[in-house]
Design a protein around this ligand. Structure first.
Ligand code: UGA
Length: 421
């Protein structure tokens, strides 16, 4: 199949490379020529293990252009993979989705053959059959579903293991209301033997949000219980090991700590809250999920202050800046509120991360950055923010360690406190 991918950010780059690997020809489209130059030479515009290799291996099936019209004319199906940033009220900003729909619509006007437009970006339920469809119809001046079809095919990729998540998914969700678009997606995924759910487009959109909201809820629940376990002298990990053995509950996403970050959970939960509020049913559970997640990193600070009440002039080492290991992504990283609070309290911060220093430096240019994890150990106290594998190999003997992620090795510190254990 001939596929165009609009947007070469995280979702677009991974999706396009994987479709090429499955034997399709893929045209990447972006307004940023630098990203396209990288793709053309088999290099990924984002950090994701294995993605360079996958692009390099499939170069003969890959092309890249800034010209949306050319890409759409040459392909049968377009995946919209542009960003959906948050508005200040938590709802999502649809300007890039609208611009993409407008650009696609204008080309569809001149296209003779059938074209399927698939929404891959995370958009709240009703967006594709609402504003996207309207924009496409107006721009193309075509009757809905006569010459083009619409579909939704949400992604369930975790940064750091995105390729494995694409090639071995738990399920594939196909939201399609017209038979031709449904058939296009079924053909694209014909080699996969996981469950495939075919449903209405707004249902597919909702499945994506509810999946992320439920996983975020599990984490905040584990953190709330973890805070209680800490006070009771219980090991929360042991408690959740027992809880997770119930097949109805499942052990995943019960790791207590300083909360969730990243480009998805915080933003998606807020967008679902905003949608529910707009619908007149303000959610209680989801609002608490966010509240717990915002308070959780501050607990690490409270534990630190128990041992060093006045942080002014104290050298505080921060280990880990990315929102989780194996990525350079710092979006909504718990390191951000923690470093801000340390600076506000007058601490002298030295931080280290194997990949995320450059990104963090753009937010916090004035803290010190170490060139190795070991250098950070020479501080008055060490805060463990991200569970990078290499932090397990450090010698924490004699150190004051406050652990936000439960690194077993760190417990040998002379003073060791875990946030929920
Ligand atoms: C998440 C989902 O896991 C993917 O299924 C989804 O496709 C993706 O969002 C998305 O919407 O695109 P991701 O943000 O890459 O993926 O990261 P996760 O591995 O889910 O971790 C998110 C955050 O939760 C991290 O900060 C992690 O440290 C935290 N977490 C995770 C916990 O605090 N406890 C846990 O038990 C698990």
């Amino acid at each position: 199949m001939k596929i165009s991918i609009l947007g070469t950010g995280y979702v677009g780059a991974v999706t396009g490379a994987c479709f090429a690997e499955l034997g399709n020809s893929v045209v990447f489209v972006d307004i940023d020529p630098a990203k396209l130059d990288l793709i053309r030479t088999g290099r990924s515009p984002i950090f994701e293990p294995g993605l360079d290799e996958l692009l390099g291996k499939n170069l003969k099936r890959i092309s890249a252009t800034t010209d949306t019209g050319e890409a759409i004319r040459e392909t049968d199906v377009t995946f919209i993979c542009v960003g959906t940033p948050s508005n200040p009220d938590g709802s999502i900003d649809l300007q890039y989705i609208e611009a993409a729909s407008q650009a696609i619509g204008e080309v569809l006007q001149q296209k003779e053959s059938w074209h399927t437009v698939v929404m891959k970006s995370t958009v709240v339920s009703g967006t594709t059959t609402g504003i996207v469809q309207r924009t496409l119809e107006e721009a193309s001046e075509k009757v809905a579903f006569r010459d083009f079809g619409l579909a939704s095919n949400p992604e369930f990729l975790r940064e750091g293991s995105a390729l494995a998540d694409v090639f071995s998914p738990d399920r594939i969700v196909i939201g399609a209301e017209d038979p031709r678009s449904r058939e296009v997606l079924e053909r694209l995924y014909s080699s996969f033997d996981c469950p495939k759910l075919v449903c209405a487009i707004p249902v597919a959109e909702m499945i994506k949000y509810v999946s992320n909201a439920f996983l975020a809820t599990k984490i905040s629940f584990a953190n709330e219980i973890g805070n209680l376990c800490k006070l009771m002298g219980l090991d929360t990990a042991e408690v959740f090991e027992g809880v997770g053995l119930d097949a109805r509950i499942n052990p995943a996403f019960f790791r207590s700590g300083i909360g969730f970050g990243g480009s998805c959970f915080p933003k998606d939960v807020r967008a679902l809250i905003a949608q529910a509020e707009a619908a007149g049913v303000p959610p209680k559970i989801l609002s608490s999920v966010v509240a717990v997640n915002e308070e959780q990193p501050m607990r690490l600070l409270d534990l630190l202050k128990k041992h060093i009440p006045d942080l002014r002039g104290k050298r505080i080492g921060v280990l880990g800046l990315s929102f989780k290991p194996d990525t350079d992504d710092i979006r909504e990283s718990r390191a951000i509120p923690i470093v801000s609070a340390l600076l506000e309290a007058g601490a002298d911060v030295i931080a280290y991360d194997p990949l995320a220093i450059a990104n963090f430096r753009s937010l916090f240019p004035d803290i010190s950055y170490a060139s190795s994890a070991a250098e950070v150990l020479q501080s008055d106290a060490i805060l463990l923010i991200t569970e990078w594998k290499e932090f397990e190999a450090l010698d924490y003997t004699g150190k004051l360690v406050i652990d936000g992620r439960r690194l077993p090795k760190a417990a040998i510190g002379s003073i060791y406190e875990g946030v929920c254990w």
